[in-house]
Write a protein that binds this ligand. Structure first.
Ligand code: 5GP
Length: 191
């Protein structure tokens, strides 16, 4: 998505550890009209799938997940990173290694919200090594739901999570794929 690539070049900051900061439109301040444009662009890839739910992980997946779910007119489910009193009864859980925090967390969803009746679209803001997506796919599978694929705002293609998941057969669509990123050479996108 050309407009997203241009926005990343204009507003993105490259932080140590191959982390891209896009706090001005995706990760802290949310550019709502632009998020809606991203969602419109993204859902086209999955127009042949009868998606019943969007699944993401708190916190930074929620804004894009909400926009995508609104376009599809389906509920958004988000996995919690810890079990709170909001998640009661039977739960689905998966261990996930967090790239940005360098720790593990237990992604948790109430079993009521992902069932064998569901076809789920996984959504996240970033894709790096694919740990978050693998965790979300594991939650869907535990609930007996089908995974339609994954829609990502920004994929860091030089970290191989996306390519590995595609090779494993998942439909992974990213609106912008960064091929190379460094403070010295800037950002280059996959054509
Ligand atoms: P993965 O699990 O694919 O290794 O990493 C994806 C998760 O880590 C996403 O949920 C995202 O929140 C976070 N993440 C990974 N790389 C970046 C990055 O460069 N910038 C930001 N803002 N988040 C990232």
């Amino acid at each position: 998505m050309k407009a997203l690539e241009e926005k990343i070049l204009r507003e993105g900051q490259i932080l140590p550890g191959n982390v891209l900061k896009v706090g001005s439109f995706l990760n802290q301040q949310i550019d709502v009209p632009f998020m809606n444009e991203m969602a419109s662009e993204g859902v086209r890839f999955f127009s042949d799938k009868a998606i019943t739910k969007v699944l993401t992980v708190e916190a930074s997946g929620i804004a894009f997940g909400y926009a995508v779910a609104a376009k599809l007119n389906v509920p958004l489910v988000f996995a919690k990173k810890s079990r709170t009193s909001n998640v009661s009864g039977s739960v689905l859980q998966a261990q996930v290694y967090s790239y940005t925090h360098n720790t593990n967390y237990t992604a948790t969803v109430s079993a009521d919200f992902l069932t064998e009746k569901d076809t789920v679209l996984l959504v996240d803001d970033f894709l790096a090594n694919g740990e978050a997506l693998k965790g979300l796919a594991a939650l869907a599978e535990q609930g007996g739901a089908q995974v339609a694929g994954a829609l990502i705002a920004i994929e860091k293609g030089f970290q191989k999570g996306g390519d590995a998941l595609r090779q494993a057969g998942m439909q992974v669509e990213s609106l912008a794929i960064i091929e190379e990123m460094s403070p010295e050479r800037g950002i280059r996108f996959r054509p």
